[in-house]
Design a protein around this ligand. Structure first.
Ligand SMILES: [Zn+2]
Length: 477
C-alpha cells in the first residue's frame, strides 16, 4: 500500500479518535460548569418581590449565587462540581444574628434573673476581669460557632475582647462576621487603656479588611461607658478606614435618665450632637427612643438591632419595633450574648419578636411571620449595611444558604411557609448550611468544626470560672 494511503488512514483515525469521543462532551459543555448546584426544594428568596420558588434550583460559583430559578431551568443550564439535593426542604437565606458577644457563652447560666446593672457589675464584669484570656475567647467562640451553624446562622455581628482571635476562629470555621473590637473606658482583658485599644483596633482592621468572610469593626461599648472624646475618636477611625461602628444605645430607662442628668439629653440625641451617628453605625437595643430620636436614627441610616429575648430577660423594656418598621428604619434582629438569652437561636428570636410585640401592643397584626423572617435576613443585612452582599437569595449575592427540613412533625401539614418557619420550625430543623458557597454543615454533620473537642474545651472553663468567683483573688486579672 502506498505511503499516501497510510497517511490518509492515520489522519482519518486521528480525526475519528478526536471527534467521536468528544461529541457527547461537546453537548455536555453547553451546560456551564459551576462550583455548586442546589436542586429541588422551595426557595424562600426574600428578594424585592419576596418570591418563593417551589422546586427551585440555585447555581453557585466562586462563593456567589450566579443563578436562581426553577429546578428544570438551573439543571438544564448548569453542571455542578458538587450538587446538593434539597428535595423536600425549604431553602432560606442564611440567618443573620446581628448582635452578639459570643465568648460570653461560657458564662451561660452563671447568673440569671437579675437586672442589667446588677448582672453586669456583680457578676459579668468581675467574671470577665478574672477569666477572659485569648484561650477563653477562642474556646467560647468555637462553641458558639458550632451552635450558630447548627441553627442556620451564617452571619453574626459581634462585640468583645480579643476580637482578632474571634476573627481567626470564625474564618477557620467558614462563618461570616462583622466583628468589633471593644473600646471601653476601663481596663479590660486585652487592653488596659484607650490608647492600647485604639492601637489594637488599628492593627485588627488593617489585618482583616477585604477578607471575604470577616468585616472588622470598632466597638465603642456604649455612650455611658465611653467618653465623648473617645467616641469621637472611634468615629474618626471609622471615617478613615471605612470600618463599621458597633455599639449599644438606649438599652435601659436608667441609661436614658442618667444621660439626661449628665449630658442634658437622651443618648441618641447626645450621639447626634457630638457627630457620632452615620450609616456605618450598628446600634444594639434602642429600647427607649423618643419620636425625635427615631427620626434621627432614620435620617443618619443607623442600623438598629432588636434583641427581644435579652431585653425581656433583663427586663430592659420593649423596643418600639413596629413603629421603627412603619417609619422605615433599618432594623435587624440579634440574640445578644448567650449569658443574657441564654442561647443563640435565631428561630427563637424570630418567634419571640413576632409574639412580644403583639402582646405589648395589643395588636396581633404587628410583626407578621414574614416580617420576623425579614428581620433575621434581608432587614438584618440592611441594618449591618451589607444588603448588597447578603440577606436574600439573588443573583450576584454571596451564597449563604440554609436548608431547613419541611417534613418534621411540628411542620405538618404546612399551609404557609413563613408561618411554618417562624412559629413552628426550630434550630434542630436546620439540615444543611452553606456559607460563601462552602458547605459547612451537611445533613446535620459539622464539616469545619470538631464538636467533641469543642464541648470538652468549653467545659474546662466552667471549673475555672466557678473557682474565680468563689475566691476573689483567683484567676487572671
Ligand atoms: Zn450587647
Amino acid at each position: 500500500m502506498s505511503k499516501r494511503f497510510w497517511l490518509v488512514l492515520v489522519l482519518l483515525t486521528m480525526v475519528l479518535n478526536h471527534s467521536l469521543p468528544n461529541a457527547p462532551a461537546q453537548r455536555k459543555s453547553d451546560a456551564e460548569r459551576v462550583d455548586l448546584l442546589i436542586l429541588g426544594g422551595a426557595i424562600v428568596t426574600m428578594d424585592g418581590a419576596r418570591q418563593i420558588i417551589e422546586d427551585g434550583g440555585i447555581a453557585v460559583e466562586n462563593g456567589r449565587i450566579v443563578a436562581v430559578g426553577s429546578r428544570t431551568d438551573i439543571a438544564g443550564k448548569y453542571a455542578g462540581g458538587k450538587t446538593v439535593d434539597a428535595t423536600g426542604k425549604t431553602i432560606i437565606p442564611g440567618l443573620i444574628n446581628a448582635h452578639t458577644h459570643i465568648p460570653m457563652v461560657l458564662f451561660r447560666g452563671l447568673a440569671d434573673d437579675l437586672d442589667l446593672q446588677e448582672w453586669l457589675t456583680r457578676y459579668i464584669f468581675p467574671a470577665e476581669a478574672k477569666n477572659v484570656t485569648e484561650e477563653f475567647v477562642r474556646a467560647g467562640t468555637r462553641l458558639c460557632l458550632a451552635e450558630m451553624i447548627r441553627g442556620g446562622t451564617t452571619t453574626y455581628c459581634d462585640m468583645y475582647f480579643f476580637e482578632d482571635a474571634i476573627a481567626d476562629e470564625t474564618a477557620k470555621a467558614g462563618v461570616r462576621g462583622v466583628l468589633g473590637e471593644t473600646v471601653i473606658d476601663f481596663p479590660v482583658a486585652d487592653n488596659k487603656t484607650n490608647a492600647e485599644a485604639m492601637a489594637y483596633v488599628e492593627r485588627f482592621v488593617k489585618k482583616w479588611k477585604g477578607h471575604e468572610l470577616i468585616v472588622p469593626a470598632i466597638a465603642p461599648h456604649a455612650p455611658y461607658t465611653v467618653s465623648e472624646d473617645h467616641l469621637k475618636a472611634a468615629r474618626a477611625f471609622s471615617d478613615r478606614t471605612g470600618a463599621p461602628i458597633v455599639t449599644h444605645i438606649s438599652e435601659t430607662k436608667r441609661e436614658v435618665d442618667d444621660s439626661i442628668k449628665a449630658k442634658g439629653t437622651s443618648p441618641v440625641e447626645y450621639l447626634a450632637r457630638i457627630g457620632f451617628l452615620n450609616d456605618h453605625v450598628i446600634a444594639a437595643h434602642v429600647v427607649w427612643p423618643t419620636a425625635n430620636e427615631l427620626a434621627i436614627l432614620k435620617r443618619f441610616r443607623v442600623g438598629v438591632i432588636h434583641n427581644p429575648q435579652s431585653n425581656m430577660k433583663l427586663a430592659a423594656g420593649v423596643a418600639p419595633v413596629p413603629q421603627m418598621l412603619r417609619d422605615g428604619l433599618l432594623v435587624g434582629l440579634g440574640t445578644d450574648g448567650a449569658a443574657s438569652n441564654n442561647d443563640l437561636s435565631m428561630w427563637e428570636e424570630m418567634d419571640t419578636a413576632a409574639k412580644l410585640h403583639k402582646v405589648f401592643s395589643g395588636d396581633p397584626k404587628v410583626i407578621s411571620a414574614q416580617e420576623a423572617l425579614e428581620l433575621a435576613t434581608i432587614r438584618g443585612a440592611q441594618a449591618l449595611h451589607l444588603e448588597k452582599e447578603i440577606g436574600s437569595i439573588e443573583t450576584g449575592k454571596r451564597a449563604d444558604l440554609v436548608l431547613v427540613e419541611r417534613t418534621e412533625l411540628n411542620q405538618i401539614p404546612s399551609y404557609n411557609i413563613y408561618s411554618d418557619l417562624v412559629y413552628a420550625s426550630k434550630a434542630s430543623g436546620v439540615q444543611t448550611v452553606i456559607i460563601n458557597g462552602r458547605v459547612v454543615m451537611q445533613d446535620r454533620r459539622l464539616l469545619t468544626l470538631d464538636e467533641a473537642a469543642i464541648r470538652a474545651g468549653a467545659r474546662v472553663f466552667r471549673e475555672q470560672i466557678l473557682k474565680s468567683l468563689s475566691n476573689p483573688g483567683a484567676g487572671n486579672k
